[in-house]
Design a protein around this ligand. Structure first.
Ligand SMILES: C[S@@+](CC[C@H](N)C(=O)[O-])C[C@H]1O[C@@H](n2cnc3c(N)ncnc32)[C@H](O)[C@@H]1O
Length: 421
């Protein structure tokens, strides 16, 4: 690598004050974009697994407190091009990290490759963990140059996480975006989940499915989940309908302890601007008050859960207690075929077993029975089935009106919509 290339790269550094990336499960991008736009953010661009957007800090804070669909939100700090690791390290060294955060805070680096590692397996790009080390060394070199004190690296519990996103442009040019994660815990962690649950839906995915189903279609439309497990869909529906901000638990902790729960509070640009911290605190109080009022008036009627596993009723009760709610959501410990359905219009949104556990051998039989039950018991209503893509889908023997492709962790899934005439 020649010195002139490095210098050129340095001049290519573009600083973005207010460009952000919100991540989400693949397939929810459009729903996330609509949500971001509902916060009066105009400039958005869809990417696989998230949305790029530009906005003012105050709107960003509102999204941190109010987004139900985002998994995380990142601030884009710098964009530049490199040819190799040496180049990457020296460019990272030139970034003024010391004016971004204090050495009192620990950090870690994660690298995401937007290219096939197989294609570059014989090159220095074969290992993203190694690339993270190169970036970390660049950051450390910067601090070493500035002063003797260097921040700590903490792989498990860092105060700040920098994400180095690398896109290949041909075989020799790589576009780097350096981002900082603005959420320590994912936004999808609402705080009601009990530890060690098997196969629950992620909270933001459940909220996304409810949005995709357009529930409630009309005021009073009930929501039924006959395979409710830990009740994620029912609880998210309750939070949506009652307008409880998804960050209600974090807002409560921040309000009572004064803890810095959002990494944005640890960045110099935030700490040095009195106006910004004042606006942040005002919004935090506004959202906290809104969540307290909404929780006091919480209405859990019109939500119906069922599950073969009777312990699910107790799990849902405990989760509601974690939210501070002591009235129950209707729950029947029954096989779905015996579930009592509402006499008023309803929408079924559910996530039946799809082979993620060993004790579910006859998926085809289960989905055939599900199709029969829908035809006989849910006529005149709507049903949304979220399941892994696979041959069992055909066993339902119902024509789906719409099929959305969504990724749930490692699973390629479908949200199937049936209008039941
Ligand atoms: C994929 S899990 C649902 C997870 C749930 N969405 C959550 O977030 O926790 C499927 C659930 O279906 C239940 N189940 C399996 N067979 C059933 C049946 N025949 N009738 C009712 N529930 C059943 C299982 O006990 C399990 O809790």
């Amino acid at each position: 690598m020649t010195t002139s290339t490095i210098t050129n790269n340095a001049t290519q550094l573009v600083k973005h004050q207010q460009q952000y990336f919100a991540s989400c499960p693949v397939g929810l991008e459009k729903i996330l974009e609509a949500e971001i736009q509902s916060f009066q953010v105009k400039t958005t661009k869809l990417q696989r697994g998230g949305v790029l957007f530009q906005t003012f800090d105050e709107r960003l804070f509102e999204l941190l407190f109010g987004s139900r669909i985002a998994s995380r939100i990142f601030k884009v700090l710098f964009e530049f091009k490199v040819k190799g690791h040496k180049d990457l390290q020296s460019t990272c060294q030139q970034i003024k990290w010391s004016s971004l955060f204090s050495t009192n805070y620990s950090f870690k680096v994660q690298t995401i490759y937007d290219f096939s590692v197989a294609r570059l397996r014989d090159t220095e790009w074969k290992n993203s963990l190694y690339t993270s080390l190169v970036v970390k060394d660049g950051i450390m070199d910067h601090f070493k140059e500035q002063k003797d004190v260097r921040p700590n690296v903490d792989k498990n519990n860092a105060d700040l996480t920098f994400v180095c996103h690398i896109k290949a442009e041909g075989d020799y040019d790589f576009a780097v975006s350096m981002l900082v994660d603005l959420c320590s815990e994912p936004l999808s962690h609402r705080g009601y989940r009990l530890p060690k649950m098997t196969a629950p839906l992620r909270e933001n995915l459940a909220a996304g499915l409810i949005h995709m189903a357009g529930w409630p279609k009309a005021p009073g439309e009930a929501l039924v989940d006959p395979f409710c497990g830990s009740g994620t869909l029912l609880i998210e529906a309750a939070l949506i309908r009652n307008r409880v901000p998804p960050s209600f638990n974090k807002l409560k902790i921040a309000r009572h302890t004064g803890d810095e729960l959002w990494p944005v509070e640890k960045l110099f640009y935030f700490q040095k601007s009195e106006e910004l911290s004042k606006n942040f605190n005002e919004l935090l109080i506004k959202y906290y008050d809104q969540s307290q009022k909404a929780l006091e008036k919480m209405n859990l009627s019109g939500l119906y859960g069922g599950d073969l596993d009777f312990s699910c009723g107790n799990i849902i009760k405990k989760e509601l207690e974690k939210i501070g709610l002591h009235s129950p959501i209707s729950f029947e410990a029954e096989d779905f075929r015996k579930m009592k359905l509402p006499t008023t219009p309803f929408c079924i949104i559910t996530n039946p077993p799809y082979g993620e556990r060993l004790e579910e051998p006859d998926l085809d039989g289960l989905y055939y029975e599900l199709g029969e039950w829908l035809k006989q018991s849910a006529r005149g209503n709507r049903a949304y089935i979220f399941t892994k893509h696979g041959p069992h889908i055909k066993s339902i023997h119902l024509k789906s009106k719409q099929k959305e492709v969504i990724t749930n962790g490692d699973f390629d899934c479908r949200l199937l919509n049936f209008e039941l005439y």
